[in-house]
Design a binder for this molecule. Structure first.
Ligand code: PDD
Length: 295
């Protein structure tokens, strides 16, 4: 099968994705001892580079793994990979850093750590006009993840099982609930709109600090009141609008939760404004010279 975006980066080398090989002794494989990032690229331009690589640096710090690269080195690696994959399309970059490998299987860190660094580019998932017109459906599930969901760890089994449960129910996302409060989606941040106010839960160890969430909050500032506070499950069900956000989806409307309509059951006016603001942001990005720092 032809591979549309075949080049990846592995430990200092650019090579065809189908030729990339990692040892089964890699601690990412054996223990999930690794962290990752997913960064959107619109028309060949990276979106929120600094925010994603600040978060990667934080995840690495939290798992006590030295960052193998400076931001500028990371930017160079990604620039080259984007160019090798044909430049100008919409895609997302996946970056993973694991604690490398050693012979044997020891839970504690190896004496000498040589991290495994893997980067690939994949086509951006496309959301159809119909999906945008009708909105997505979600289910709610009780949280059974670990206590450090603020670390963007590749140990995603709970998230995988939740997403599959959503898929089995014909839904696009599982919204995660703990102690009666809605935290986030299995791979997205969550917002509600009630009475014209945009509400999203505060960052904590229970939530991944979303880059798209922060971008949406910036866009909403001066447009609508914002409250950063816990959202009770009953509030979610009674909301006028529910949104989810992620690097690969920007902000999307959720119009059904556990089979019941949210608000009018159609994407709401606040989301339409937000979607428009994101489009404008992308357009600005496309118009930004490629060598602008922090693009
Ligand atoms: N996931 N919460 C969780 C649990 C996530 O996995 C994600 C993103 C987000 C949103 O973060 P951001 O806006 O920075 O993408 C929130 C990525 C896209 C993934 O795992 O593929």
């Amino acid at each position: 099968m032809p591979d549309p975006l075949p080049q990846c980066y592995l430990n200092g080398e650019y090579l065809a994705l189908r030729d990339a090989r990692i040892s089964p002794l890699d601690r990412g494989f054996l223990f999930g001892d690794s962290v990752y990032e997913v960064l959107p690229v619109f028309g060949g331009r990276m979106f929120l580079f600094r925010e994603h690589f600040d978060r990667l640096a934080r995840s690495l710090r939290e798992i006590r793994l030295e960052n193998p690269h400076t931001h500028e080195q990371w930017r160079g690696i990604l620039d080259q990979l984007i160019a090798l994959n044909g430049g100008g399309s919409d895609s997302y970059i996946y970056v993973q850093v694991s604690r490398g490998m050693e012979y044997g299987r020891n839970h504690a860190f190896p004496a000498v750590v040589k991290p495994t660094v893997f980067v690939m580019a994949s086509p951006m998932p496309v959301f159809t006009d119909e999906q945008r017109a009708t909105g997505l459906s979600a289910i709610t599930l009780e949280d059974f993840r670990w206590g450090r969901c603020d670390i963007k760890s590749t140990s995603l089994l709970a998230n995988v099982l939740m997403k599959q449960q959503a898929a089995d129910a014909g839904a696009s996302e599982a919204l995660i609930v703990r102690d009666g409060q809605v935290l986030e989606g299995s791979s997205s941040s969550v917002f509600i709109v009630k009475g014209g106010v945009l509400i999203t839960p505060p960052n904590s160890h229970r939530i991944l600090p979303g880059t798209t969430r922060d971008a949406a909050l910036s866009l909403a500032t001066n447009v609508m009141p914002i409250e950063i506070r816990s959202i009770a499950l009953e509030e979610l069900r009674a909301a006028d609008e529910v949104w989810i956000s992620a690097a690969t989806r920007d902000v999307l409307p959720v119009t059904r939760v556990d089979g019941a309509p949210i608000g009018s059951g159609r994407p709401g006016p606040a989301w339409l404004r937000m979607a428009d603001s994101f489009l404008q942001l992308r357009q600005q990005l496309a118009d930004t010279p490629a060598d602008t720092p922090g693009r």
